[in-house]
Design a protein around this ligand. Structure first.
Ligand SMILES: Cc1cc2nc3c(=O)[nH]c(=O)nc-3n(C[C@H](O)[C@H](O)[C@H](O)COP(=O)(O)OP(=O)(O)OC[C@H]3O[C@@H](n4cnc5c(N)ncnc54)[C@H](O)[C@@H]3O)c2cc1C
Length: 317
């Protein structure tokens, strides 16, 4: 069985989980697909998970869910045993990246990290794996059993249409760790994370300054969008690395991608070219981003973006 490490919020499965479901279904074909959730999911999340897979395990236990990779690995181990799975797919987020190697070593299984373009041909499992923050990528192959951390945005999220049908099994899991999680101090809430955003507004060097990003943030807030940046902008220190889109940043696949003052270098395009609808704002009609876009506004972004903000404000008010 192929097993998926699922997660989500009160609203339902995370986008990363829906991408795993899409990939899991492709790889499993007609075979049943399993999944697990850690903790006590709220009803919308449970319902969606029951639509997404054929068998669902709910892992409960003291200290769970946890951001401690040791506990996460122990919980996943229990799910793998219960499902008798031969393949585990998990999102290559921060936690997944840190607990997947533990699990692979513990089990003596192969590990494919930050994998995209995954294929299962008989007993041959192959993938394109990104390493060193995406500076190199390699085609790798192995035989299941294997643990695979899947690069975000490498497949489209599954559209769940069926009724909640998966059989649910509750598994009590005892985990331990030398780390003690103590008081909950707080949470930094920012706008929609890039990986979850349905609309992304990305700014490039064409903005001219760090300060000019204030108008991009305002635009993003009006659209309920995530903010992205090019590497040129991140290298200049205008935006944090977490916002970088592209080969050495994040891969995103929103419904709408706005590229503002972005030239569209191949390393940037590789991180966003699967977006549903691409809008470019650029003064250069020959820019590669303009050529890759569905709609291009040729003009000075310092005039176009304020006009767009004003129009959106007008609609809101
Ligand atoms: C190994 C490697 C990995 C890389 N990884 C990444 C990556 O992950 N992500 C990434 O983004 N890049 C990456 N790069 C860098 C990439 O090659 C480009 O240098 C970078 O994407 C350019 O960023 P930019 O589009 O912001 O800047 P520029 O290329 O300088 O483009 C600025 C654009 O803004 C337009 N512009 C300027 N002023 C205005 C204005 N007033 N109004 C409207 N338009 C305007 C210009 O016409 C131009 O098209 C990588 C490079 C290498 C070698």
């Amino acid at each position: 069985m192929i097993l998926l490490a699922l997660d989500g919020t009160g609203a339902g499965l995370s986008r990363a989980s829906l991408e795993l479901v899409s990939l899991g279904r492709q790889l499993a074909g007609d075979s049943p697909l399993g999944g697990f959730l850690i903790g006590d999911p709220v009803q919308p999340l449970l319902d969606q998970a029951r639509c997404a897979v054929d068998q669902l395990w709910l892992l409960r236990g003291e200290g769970l869910p946890s951001t401690d990779p040791q506990r996460a690995a122990q919980a996943a181990e229990a799910a793998l045993q219960a499902a008798e799975a031969q393949l585990l797919l998990l999102p290559a987020g921060r936690l997944g990246r840190s607990y997947s190697p533990r699990l692979a070593v513990q089990r003596g299984w192969a590990l494919l990290e930050d994998a995209a373009e995954l294929q299962l041909d008989g007993q041959q499992l192959s993938a394109t794996c990104y390493a060193y923050l995406g500076r190199i990528w390699q085609r790798r192959s192995t035989h299941p059993p294997a643990v695979v951390s899947v690069k975000a945005g490498s497949v489209s999220p599954a559209e769940l249409v069926s009724v909640p049908a998966a059989e649910v099994r509750v598994l009590e899991v005892a985990t331990s760790s030398p780390l003690e999680e103590r008081d909950f101090v707080g949470q930094k809430l920012s706008r929609v994370p890039l990986s979850e955003a349905e609309v992304v507004v990305t700014g490039g060097r064409g903005l001219g300054s760090q300060e000019a990003f204030a108008m991009l943030e305002e635009l993003a807030d009006l659209l309920g969008a995530g903010v992205g940046a090019t590497r040129a902008v991140v290298d200049a220190g205008w935006r944090p690395y977490a916002e970088q889109v592209g080969q050495t940043g994040q891969t995103v696949q929103p419904k709408v991608y706005l590229a503002i003052g972005v030239s569209g270098a191949v390393q940037h395009l590789s991180g966003m070219n699967k977006s549903g609808y691409i809008v470019a704002v650029n003064k250069d009609p020959e820019a590669p981003m303009v050529k890759s876009s569905d709609l291009a506004v040729i003009g000075d972004l310092h005039k176009v973006v304020p006009a767009l903000i004003q129009a959106l404000r007008g609609r809101r008010d």
